[in-house]
Design a protein. Structure first.
Length: 422
């Protein structure tokens, strides 16, 4: 008995020694790393060819440290932090474009609809080679955003390599005020509504509910084509509440960090704003982040049919952590998963019906040009001219968009061919 107790004590002491050694080793490694950093900082300050600012060096080191982790973790200085807050709370001067880093290249995720970037012809997948003549190769995401934004009316010149081109081209774009209008609706046929979400801002869900309610007061809502194409994402809570609009209960998305206990489930709840009609969702390579959460949840829950092309594949969650000097760190803290446990990271969402977008031919555009398109045309003295224009607009949009035509056809057929779970 005494021998057994002695052996137990020896084993415990060995274990404690191992724990102390391991802890000491970690402390030594951390000390050596900080010592090395201090040495390099000192060498630069004493020997660099020009005098340097220590604060700039520290900020640069933080930026490099975060950039080495993933394309979305980054340091945000005070001015950039203010700029980010403006983006979600009010208008800002810029060209209206969402960019990201893909294969170490600054890439257009999606232009925001009806903005200078959209009108200039920038497309998802375009690579930004230069900004105002300066190489964008080693430019951080935040620096690129800061350079592209600016006062309304001021130009910015981007050197763009289009996805299907071998030669870059320079595109000069006049900056404008980028508004926070993220929900656009248009009646395709009586009872069938095209709902376009351009991104997810602080007021997206509120605007969506208001516009759906306005339409439903005058017309029975029979079906929705929810258009998430070229939607670069935005606020996670808005993606959740938009999805909740189409679900009565059950899982929407869950996030999972490094700690297995950190899983957080987001679920739907029954509410007065629930939409119960059939839904078809349009997606493409410009659908990223928050829009992938919506698409993935509605697909997994069998609430909607997805049409279009595979999405971008950004399935990570970032949080903004303010620092004491007013700057902040944006850090990836988790991955998000669809209700069926799918990670979208670097994979994207595959549509149920894979149908590439087919641009209209020049002949088709000419065929859709009518008297009503002419400047200073005479109005029809009979009937409601505005209603006629509304119908023609919808027909013209459908004529130019094969994915939208398929979406309308399918949403009209859903009640006959399948049971949608609400």
């Amino acid at each position: 008995m005494r021998l057994s107790r002695l052996l137990g004590t020896l084993i415990l002491l060995v274990g404690l020694c191992g724990t102390v050694s391991s802890s000491q080793a970690r402390d030594t490694d951390q000390f050596q790393a900080l010592k090395q950093f201090s040495q390099v900082l000192d060498l630069i300050e004493k020997n660099y060819v020009q005098e340097v600012n220590r604060t700039d060096l520290i900020h640069g080191a933080i930026q490099g440290m975060l950039n080495s982790i993933d394309p979305h973790s980054t340091y945000i200085d005070l001015e950039k932090f203010k700029m980010m807050q403006e983006e979600f709370q009010g208008e800002f001067g810029g060209i209206g474009i969402q960019i990201g880093v893909r294969d170490k290249r600054l890439t257009v995720i999606a232009p925001i609809e009806d903005t200078p970037a959209d009108k200039a012809g920038l497309k998802p997948g375009d690579i930004i080679v230069e900004i105002d003549g300066e190489s964008a190769l080693d430019t951080s995401l935040e620096d690129a955003v800061a350079k592209i934004r600016g006062p309304k009316g001021k130009p910015v010149t981007l050197t763009i390599l289009h996805k299907d081109s071998q030669t870059p081209e320079k595109v000069t774009i006049i900056r404008g005020l980028i508004p926070l209008i993220s929900v656009k609706t248009k009646e395709l046929e009586p009872g069938y509504l095209h709902v376009r979400l351009t991104d997810f801002k602080a007021n997206t869900t509120e605007d969506l509910h208001r516009k759906l309610q306005e339409y439903a007061t005058s017309t029975e809502l029979k079906g929705i084509v929810l258009d998430l194409r070229n939607n670069p994402g935005g606020l996670l809570n808005q993606a959740i509440s938009v999805t909740d609009t189409f679900l009565r209960d059950g899982l929407i998305v869950y996030t999972q960090g490094r700690d297995p206990k950190s899983r957080k489930d987001e679920t739907a709840s029954r509410q007065a704003t629930d939409v119960n009609c059939p839904v078809v969702v349009l997606i493409n390579a410009g659908s990223a982040s928050a829009s992938e959460i919506v698409a993935g949840a509605l697909q997994d829950r069998k609430r909607a049919i997805l049409i279009g092309e595979r999405t971008f594949g950004k399935g990570s969650v970032q949080t903004i952590m303010p620092l004491s000097d007013g700057s902040a760190v944006k850090l990836t803290i988790a991955l998000y998963y669809t209700p069926n446990g799918r990670s979208i990271q670097a994979e994207g969402i595959e549509p149920d019906v894979d149908i590439p977008f087919v641009p209209p031919t020049e002949e088709g555009d000419k065929a859709n040009f009518r008297e009503a398109n002419l400047s200073k045309h005479l109005d029809n003295p009979n009937g409601d001219f505005s209603a006629a224009i509304k119908t023609e607009d919808a027909k013209e949009i459908l004529a130019k968009d094969n994915q939208l035509r398929m979406g309308l056809s399918l949403v009209k057929s859903l009640p006959r061919f399948m049971q949608i779970s609400n």
